[in-house]
Design a protein around this ligand. Structure first.
Ligand code: AMP
Length: 409
């Protein structure tokens, strides 16, 4: 079957224009499969992870329908997603796709003051994106009214289950009108996810796409449990004692990238940072110094990771684990190129145990725990084991609360 174009879906000019401005040339596979089904009014259950274009797959037909439908002051579309980061990302995408239409979006997430969110709800919202805990708070206080919701999307259902949010999700669903269209997306389709889907979807059509990336099997993946305060010294130890070739270090923020590079330089190691604060010329110069061997260590953020195509990177060190497990795959894919083998080390502190678990779930490969290092923290290792056990119990019970981790509610 030929690849459809966005023009083949019944999308109006304002949406097509927004897509063109975003540089989307053709639909991704999940979009090609899901958009016609959603447009035709079906409930959909989709196996797809972040990175496949699933946000536009559900958002575009919903936006089209909202633009043509009867306006309301309360939300007509609701997306529930497990983390703050995903909620913000989805809202950014939806707002961009709807930018030429008179539709309003709003994101509700925990950990930030309530008042601006309440003001936003009062001023009228078409498309609501929320994490479950905060939405429930606002529903209970009657600021969020869900009686007009026509489209309900449950995003990352497997993570919702894993993080213990399923009870909150069910309470939100109880607030929705029975006559609605439901969409559920999940990276994995376990029995628990199917059972959840069966309670909130009617006669759903299935769509599924392969993961966008996988890990090369010639990468030796390890994790080192380490206290946050010891990370710089552990990194220095690794670079001095273990690493033979070029090393790429990843941090989550540009500030941390600069700090880590500075620390290594102060200790006499040839290192530099590359991140989005540096202009193109500076980045090229740093990359060249790294690829010519004048720098041993390059510290980078995810934003610039895809632009790094340097041969013979022997080690990728995840100084901090990314929130998005996909990013981990992109990061470690910088080593073991052209048939060479490589080592990927994750430095995992207590606050990152859940990210580590998501990475392992996405890749399907448990990381080898490397205890043979001077800063090994047995407490974090024990916490990891406990988190695994708790997740197994929660997933069996299919309900419960989150672990109070940094993941948003
Ligand atoms: P998602 O899986 O929805 O998080 O999307 C992953 C990334 O792909 C985001 O940066 C989107 O902006 C981008 N994307 C989604 N659909 C397309 C498309 N049809 N063409 C190009 N990029 C896309």
């Amino acid at each position: 079957m030929p690849t459809p174009s966005f023009q083949d879906f019944q999308l109006s000019q304002p949406i097509l224009k927004a897509l063109e401005e975003r540089g989307y040339e053709e639909p991704t596979p999940i979009q090609a499969e899901a958009i016609p089904l959603v447009t035709a009014g079906h409930d959909v259950i989709g196996t797809a992870q972040t990175g496949t274009g699933k946000t536009a797959a559900f958002a575009l037909p919903i936006i089209e329908s909202l633009a043509n439908g009867r306006p309301s002051r309360t939300p007509r579309a609701l997306v529930l997603t497990p983390t703050r980061e995903l909620a913000l990302q989805i809202e950014g995408d939806v707002a961009a796709y709807a930018k030429h239409l008179p539709l309003t979006t709003c994101v509700l997430l925990g950990g930030v003051p309530l008042d601006p969110q309440i003001r936003r709800l009062k001023s009228g919202v078409d498309f609501l994106i929320a994490t479950p805990g905060r939405l429930l708070d606002l529903v209970r206080q009657r600021y969020a009214v869900l009686g007009d919701v026509k489209f309900f999307v449950l995003d990352e259902a497997d993570r919702m289950l894993d993080m213990g949010f399923v009870h909150d999700v069910r309470l939100v669903v109880d607030e929705l009108p029975k006559a609605r269209q439901g969409l559920l997306f999940s990276a994995t389709m376990s029995a628990a996810v199917r059972s959840l889907a069966s309670t909130m979807l009617t006669d759903p059509q299935s769509v599924s796409v392969a993961p966008p990336a996988s890990v090369a099997d010639n990468i030796d993946q390890r994790v080192m449990y380490v206290d946050k305060g010891d990370k710089k010294r552990l990194l220095e130890h690794l670079v001095r004692e273990e690493v033979t070739g070029r090393t790429l270090v990843f941090t989550r923020t540009k500030d941390m990238a600069a700090q880590v590079a500075r620390h290594l330089k102060n200790k006499g190691i040839r290192a530099d940072a590359i991140h989005s604060n540096k202009n193109q010329r500076q980045r090229e110069r740093t990359l060249e110094a790294f690829s010519k061997g004048r720098l041993r260590v390059l510290v980078a953020t995810d934003i610039v990771a895809r632009g790094i195509d340097v041969k013979d990177i022997s080690h990728v060190i995840n100084y901090e684990l990314p929130d998005d497990p996909e990013a981990y795959i992109h990061r470690i894919g910088r080593t073991a190129r052209a048939g060479h083998s490589g080592v990927a080390v994750a430095l995992c502190d207590l606050s990152e145990v859940s990210q580590l678990r998501y990475v392992e779930r996405l890749t399907g490969i448990p990381l080898n725990v490397d205890e043979d290092q001077p800063f090994h923290d047995a407490g974090i290792a024990a916490c990891r084991t406990a988190a695994d056990r708790a997740a197994r119990i929660r997933s069996r019970a299919g309900r419960g609360r989150g672990s109070g981790s940094k993941w948003a509610r």
